[in-house]
Unconditional design. Sequence first.
Length: 215
Amino acid sequence: MWYLYLDESGDLGFDFINKNPSRFFTVTILATEGIKNNRFIKKAVKVTLRRKLNPPGKRKRLVEELKGSSTIFEIKKYFFEQVKDADFHLYTINLNKRRVYDYLAQNKSRVYNYIARLILDKIPLEDACTRVQLVIDKSKGKREIVEFNDYIRRQLEARLDPKVPLDIYHWSSHESEGLQAVDMFCWGIFEKYERQNTAWYDVFKDKIKFETKYL
């Protein structure tokens, strides 16, 4: 079974005159094959939360999830030590928003769906022989979820063996350790492009199978 976890960093705001949006929008997929590797990743998240963010007697309020934007560098490195032996790869596209055509900037869902599809095209899903599960961080409305699912399902089912089922889920990050893991990595990639900060990126960059700047 293939497990795919998709997350994004940055925003899809395009008003660079009146507001202060991010310059880049980063979408990243963590891909792993097999129940054993998936469990390994989930365990790494749980261990990091339990030992580093919620040690006994140290916190009055529990931290429910790992977040790349708020986790300090030392804990990020600890997390990677727990997860590095799992067999997984990262696929990422970093959208240079200043180069997006004006008419596309008005249709953020279309931009998001297209970038997600470009990344999925780089993952060798033709090799899948049992089941593919795609989990997306839940950030869309009902109509946008339907549009995303219909678009991505058409694209992926054209590449998958008809006997291979495809499941698409939209979960909150605290419900999925896999989403928390990809959030950690996605933030590091975003920081590289947005602020030229590669400290965390340099720790895990060997896990990146595909990376590009789009536009």
